[in-house]
Design a protein around this ligand. Structure first.
Ligand code: GLA
Length: 392
C-alpha cells in the first residue's frame, strides 16, 4: 500500500512540475547578431530593423546567422500591472512590431533581461516577474532570451535561472535560453539542464588581450558542451576596429573551434571586405556548426604555441595551430600523428590514418599538397592556421 502511495505521489509531482527546457533548440551553436558590443545602450527599432536588413543583404543570413538580439536598454519601466514597458521614444511601435519585422525577413528575434531587480544598465530586471515576463516575451514572438546577472544580491544562480527556465517552458513558446552569469557559479556544471548556452567569463572587449584571456579560460570546459548546451565565451568583436585583421581571424577561428555561439557584435551595415571575409568564411563556420557538436580540446600546449583538435562528424577532424606570442614561430606539424590523435575524452571517432584524408587549409581555401606528412609551418604573431581533414 505504502509503495503505491509513494508511486502516486511521485507521479503527481512529475505532472505538476514541468522542470525541463525545450529540447529541440540550439542543436548547433546559435548564430546571430547582438547590439551590445557596438551600440551599447544606443538601441532603437530603426537600428534593429536596419540590422535585420543588413543581415540579409550582406550575405550573413546565407552564411548561417539567424538571431537578431536586442541587448540591454530596450526597456524603461513597469506599468501598474507590473508589465514590462519598452522605451517609447526608441521603440514607438513596441516590441512585437520589431519581432514581426525580423520574422518577415526569415530571421529570429532575441531579447534581453536580467535575473536581478535591475539590469546592468539599471533598467527594470526580471526578479519577481519571471512568469509574467515569459508570457509577455512569448506574446511578442521572442525566439531567444539573454538573461543577465546584475543586481542579484544574495540570489542563488541555479535556482534563479531554473525558475526562468520553468517560466519560459510554461509560457509555451520555444525560446533559446542564454544564461549570462559570467561563469561565477560554474554554470557548465549545472546549466546543461537549464539553458542552451552559458557565459563562462566576464565581458569581452575589443582587444587582443581581452579576447585571448577569455580564450585561455575555456581550456578545461570542452566536455560540458554538446548539442543544445554550449559554453559561451561572449560575443564576437570582429569588425569593431580594436584588433588587426589577422587577430580577428584568430578570434573567429578560435570561437569556431570552441563550438561557441557566433554572435556578431559589429555594425552589419558598414563591414569592410576583410570583416565580411572573416564573418562569412563558410569553411570555418562549418566547423562551428558541425552536427557532432564537440568543442575542441587542447592537444598540445607549449605555452604560447598550441594545437587544438575538434572532432567532426563522419570521422573528420579540425586542427588549429595557434601562435599567441608576439614573435613569428616555425613549427613542425605531423599530420599523420594528428590524424590518428584522440581528440578528447569522448573520442573514438576521427582517428583514421592520414591516407584516408585530404588536408584543407580553411583560410587559404585550398588543399595542401603534401610530399611528406610532416611539414614546417610558419605562424606569424597572434595568428592561427586551421585545417580540416576531409575523408577522401
Ligand atoms: C553585462 C553582460 C553584457 C551586456 C551588458 C548590458 O555586462 O555581460 O554582455 O549584456 O551587461 O548591460
Amino acid at each position: 500500500m505504502k509503495k503505491y502511495f509513494l508511486l502516486l505521489a511521485a507521479l503527481l509531482l512529475f505532472l505538476n512540475c514541468p522542470a525541463q527546457k525545450f529540447d529541440q533548440l540550439a542543436k548547433t551553436p546559435p548564430m546571430g547578431w547582438n547590439s551590445w558590443n557596438k551600440f551599447n545602450c544606443d538601441v532603437s527599432e530603426i537600428l534593429i530593423m536596419q540590422m535585420a536588413d543588413a543581415m540579409v543583404s550582406s550575405g550573413m543570413k546565407d552564411a548561417g546567422y539567424e538571431y537578431i538580439v536586442i541587448d540591454d536598454c530596450w526597456q524603461i519601466a513597469r506599468d501598474e500591472n507590473g508589465e514590462i514597458v519598452a522605451d517609447k521614444d526608441r521603440f514607438p511601435h513596441g516590441m512585437k512590431y520589431v519581432a514581426d519585422y525580423i520574422h518577415s525577413k526569415g530571421l529570429k528575434f532575441g531579447i534581453y533581461s536580467c535575473a536581478g531587480k535591475a539590469t546592468c544598465q539599471g533598467r527594470p530586471g526580471g526578479l519577481g516577474h519571471e512568469y509574467q515576463d515569459a508570457r509577455t516575451y512569448a506574446s511578442y514572438g521572442v525566439d531567444y532570451l539573454k538573461y543577465d546577472w546584475c543586481n542579484t544580491t544574495t540570489q542563488d544562480a541555479k535556482s534563479s535561472y531554473t525558475n526562468m527556465r520553468d517560466a519560459l517552458y510554461t509560457a509555451g513558446r520555444p525560446i533559446v535560453f542564454s544564461l549570462c552569469e559570467w561563469g561565477n557559479s560554474k554554470p557548465w556544471e549545472w546549466a546543461g539542464a537549464v539553458g542552451n548556452l552559458w557565459r563562462t567569463t566576464g565581458d569581452i572587449n575589443d582587444s587582443w588581450n581581452s579576447m585571448i584571456n577569455i580564450f585561455n579560460q575555456q581550456k578545461d570546459l570542452s566536455r560540458y558542451a554538446g548539442p543544445g548546451k554550449w559554453n559561451d565565451p561572449d560575443m564576437l568583436e570582429v569588425g569593431n576596429g580594436g584588433m588587426t585583421t589577422e587577430e580577428y581571424k584568430t578570434h573567429f577561428t578560435l570561437w569556431c573551434m570552441l563550438a561557441s555561439p557566433l554572435m556578431a557584435g559589429n555594425d552589419l551595415q558598414n563591414m569592410s571586405p576583410e570583416t565580411k571575409s572573416i564573418l562569412m568564411n563558410k569553411e570555418v563556420i562549418t566547423l562551428n556548426q558541425d552536427s557532432l557538436g564537440r568543442q575542441a580540446i587542447c592537444y598540445r600546449d607549449n605555452g604560447d604555441y598550441q594545437i587544438w583538435l575538434k572532432p567532426l562528424a563522419n570521422d573528420e577532424k579540425a586542427i588549429c595551430l595557434l601562435n599567441k606570442s608576439d614573435e613569428k614561430k616555425t613549427v613542425l606539424v605531423d599530420f599523420s600523428l594528428l590524424a590518428k590523435a584522440n581528440a578528447g575524452r569522448r573520442s573514438g571517432s576521427a582517428s583514421l590514418p592520414i591516407e584516408n584524408y585530404r588536408v584543407r587549409d580553411l583560410w587559404e581555401h585550398k588543399d595542401l599538397v603534401l610530399k611528406e606528412t610532416s611539414v614546417n609551418t610558419d605562424l606569424a604573431p597572434h595568428t592561427v592556421k586551421v585545417y580540416r581533414l576531409i575523408k577522401k
